[in-house]
Every structure is written in C-alpha cells, then in structure tokens.
Design a protein around this ligand. Structure first.
Ligand code: PLP
Length: 411
C-alpha cells in the first residue's frame, strides 16, 4: 500500500511568473550591487493601516486581555457588528439584511475565490477571462476540472475569454455554453473596468443559461468612473446568478491583517443531477461552518472601523495617494508614446510593449536599463503576451523616479 496523491496537482504549471521575476531581479542586483531597483511588480499595498483602524484593532486586543470581554470562537460567518457595517455601507440597497444571512466574513478573497468551486460539480464548464488572476484557474486545475496546459498556454477543458486591446478588454460571451464564469472588475491584472451595460450582458447570459457568475470586486474602492458598477447587484436580476467577493486587503490596507467577505444571495440556486434546485447559500454556509472557524475578533473590529465614516475618509486619502501614482504612470508613459490601459479605476496599469516586444523582453529592458521591475503580462495568461503590468503601490517619489528613468530609454 502506498499513499496516492491528488494527481491534478501535477497538472499545475510551477508558479513560474513571480519566481522568475524574483530570480531575474536577484541576478541583476548581484551583478549591479549599487543599482537602486524600484519595484512596481507585486500587487501589495505599502501604506500602513489608517489611525481609526489601528485604534479599534488595539482596543479589541485589550478586550481580549480581560476575562469579562475575552472572546473565544466567534460565529464562522463573522460577527453581526461587521456584517451589519458591510450591509449598511454597501449592500442594503440590494435587499441584503442581517436577517437574510447572505454575508460571509472570511480571512481573504483569495481563499474564498479559491474555495467556492468546491460547491460545483466537476463536470461544470468554467470560463475565465484571459489574462486572469491565476487563483481562479489553479484551483479548478487542483479540483480536477481541467486537463494539462496545452501549447497555447491554456488548460484543456477551461474556456478562456480573450481580453486585449483588440476588443477593448471587454470579454465576449463564450461561444460554447458555460456553467460558471469568473469575472474580476476592476480587473487584475489589466486594470480595466466594465460599464453597467457591459456587465449586464453577462448577467443576462447567466440568467438565460442558468449559469453562475463569480464576481471578484476586490478593487471596488478604486472605482473613479460613473458608469462602472461597484457591485454586480446593481444589475437587475444579478442576485439570482452571482456571488460577489470583496476584500479589505487593497481597499483598507489589510493584506497582512486579513479580512474579506463574500455575498451569497439566497435567490441563487444550483441544481442536482436530477434537476432539483438547491440553495448555494446553504451549501456555502455548510462549507464554511465545516472548514473555517472565523476571523479573529480584533481583525473584525478593525474592519468595522475601516467602514466607519472616519475610517472611510482616512482610507480615501490612502487610495487617492495610490491613484495619484497611477495617474503619474499613465500620463508619463502616454507622453512617451506608449499605449497604456487601466489605472483610472484601479491601481494596475497595463502597458502595451513597444515595437511588439514580448512581455519578458520588455521586462528585461526596464530592469536592465531603468532598474524598474514590472510583471510580464504573459504570466497572467496567453492574451497577456505583449503587455506588462505596473502597480501604483509605491511611493510617489519612487513612481516619479521610475517614470523619469523610463523616459530616458530608447524604445
Ligand atoms: N482577488 C484579486 C483579483 C486579487 O488581485 C487579490 C490579491 O491580489 C485577491 C483577490 C486576494 O485578496 P485577499 O488579500 O483578500 O486574499
């Protein structure tokens, strides 16, 4: 007898992208010890938690230090005080209330967007936009919903919805019928958005085909355009077909603090093999209560503070700071004659490589000649080839310096 592994894991491509970026950076630094490399590759925030959040966080830790106010296990779905703040801030207009039990607080949108596929049969057809936040793809590979990656850089069995400059980064509806569609808007990695009308096309498709949309709104707070929906539930009928994921990570600097939430509407149904309707909310509740034990009390108090009026004002200043960087990047690169996308309602700027360079060649050029690190677009999927992602999560000084160095390059 030997232990057999889940061989689906062997289908996964190694996490080539960030490992290779780190390897090239380390090699360059070794050969050029004095080079001052500016990192605009990784999508992590750099500004600290805002004062209102820190105050609530500390005070909740103090509560944990006293027998009278100490908290043990909390509800797996999260405390009502935070669910209520989430509802009041964002979801009340869509009929969500504490009584409807549609909010599930968690320690990250990465886990939630990765775990949600457990609710669905392995034979469902899954569509992702291309390029893509790779968690959606890899978790479906692990589950066994795909074959191996083919020569075109796509996993057999998955449907890829191309998003590039040719279609203005607006995915077309899948040609073959699909059951599950992952959408992420504002998008990581392209930084682009969909208007209400464009998102409605997908909601209507899902209603017609009884499909489910998994809508990742992790960058919602960065939206600066009027006709861009903050929630998929702004679209009529979306509660029948969509799960929405939100996170405090990028919006409130919680990447290291960990708090997110997922909205699973009661209207949303899946079906058994026999065509019997089942509530996805009930299934997710069962999944979470079995496999998850909730987010720590101080973190939930910190997240509640992030949603308070003062917290929101302080966070807005941080987001405005990042978005000023995004503007500097967009305007500087446009002035150089480069095509840039995103960066208006997102901290990501998606740059078309000059002279049809491939993504890695442009990456190397920026590293070697300007000592600036981006992320090659090809690492996010085949349609990312010929693009590079820059992020606005650096200091304004470094961002300006990086643009200054890039402006001196000869493309
Ligand atoms: N969803 C998208 C699109 C992301 O880009 C990220 C992080 O980069 C996440 C989810 C992960 O969020 P969290 O930190 O809440 O796990």
């Amino acid at each position: 007898m030997v232990v057999k592994i889940n061989e689906n894991y062997l289908k996964l491509e190694s996490s080539y992208l960030f490992v290779e970026v780190a390897r090239r950076e380390a090699e360059f630094q070794k050969n050029h010890p004095d080079a001052d490399i500016i990192k605009m590759g990784i999508g992590d925030v750099t500004k600290p938690l805002v004062p209102k959040v820190v105050e609530a966080f500390k005070s909740a830790v103090d509560e944990m230090a006293e027998a009278d106010s100490f908290k043990g296990y909390g509800p797996e779905q999260g405390y009502d005080f935070l669910a209520n703040a989430i509802i009041e801030t964002d979801f009340k207009p869509y009929g969500v209330s504490l009584d409807t039990d549609e909010i599930f607080i968690s320690d990250g949108a990465k886990c939630d967007t990765g775990n949600i596929q457990e609710l669905f049969d392995l034979n469902n057809k899954v569509a992702v936009t291309d390029p893509v936040y790779t968690v959606y793809v890899d978790t479906n590979v692990m589950a066994g919903r795909t074959g191996f990656m083919n020569d075109d850089g796509m996993y057999d069995g998955l449907v890829y919805l191309k998003c590039n400059a040719e279609n203005d980064f607006i995915p077309e509806l899948p040609e073959e019928p699909v059951d599950i569609i992952y959408l992420c808007y504002p998008n990581n990695p392209t930084g682009t958005t969909l208007t209400k009308e464009q998102l409605k096309v997908f909601v209507d498709y899902a209603r017609e085909n009884k499909s489910v949309i998994l809508f990742d709104a992790a960058y919602e707070k960065f939206i600066n355009e009027d006709n861009v929906p903050h929630s998929i539930y702004e679209i009529e009928g979306a509660k029948e077909v969509a799960i929405e994921f939100r996170s405090f990570s990028k919006t409130a600097g919680f990447t290291g603090t960990r708090c997110a939430y997922t909205v699973v509407p009661k209207e949303l149904k899946g079906y058994t093999e026999d065509g019997e309707e089942q509530s996805l909310n009930a299934l997710w509740n069962r999944r979470q209560t079995t496999k998850f034990n909730g987010v720590s009390y101080p973190v939930q108090k910190a997240a509640e503070a992030a949603l308070s009026k003062e917290g929101q004002e302080q966070i807005k200043e941080v987001i405005d700071y990042y978005m000023e960087n995004a503007k500097v990047i967009r305007e500087s690169l446009t002035d150089l004659g480069l095509q840039v996308y995103g960066g208006v309602s997102s901290p990501y700027i998606w740059v078309k490589t000059p002279n049809n360079m491939d993504s890695w060649a442009f990456f190397d050029l920026l590293l070697n000649e300007a000592n600036v690190i981006g992320t090659p677009g090809s690492g996010f999927g085949p349609s990312g080839e010929g693009y590079l992602r820059l992020t606005a999560f650096n200091t304004l000084e470094n961002t300006k310096e990086a643009m200054d160095r890039i402006s001196k390059l000869d493309f």
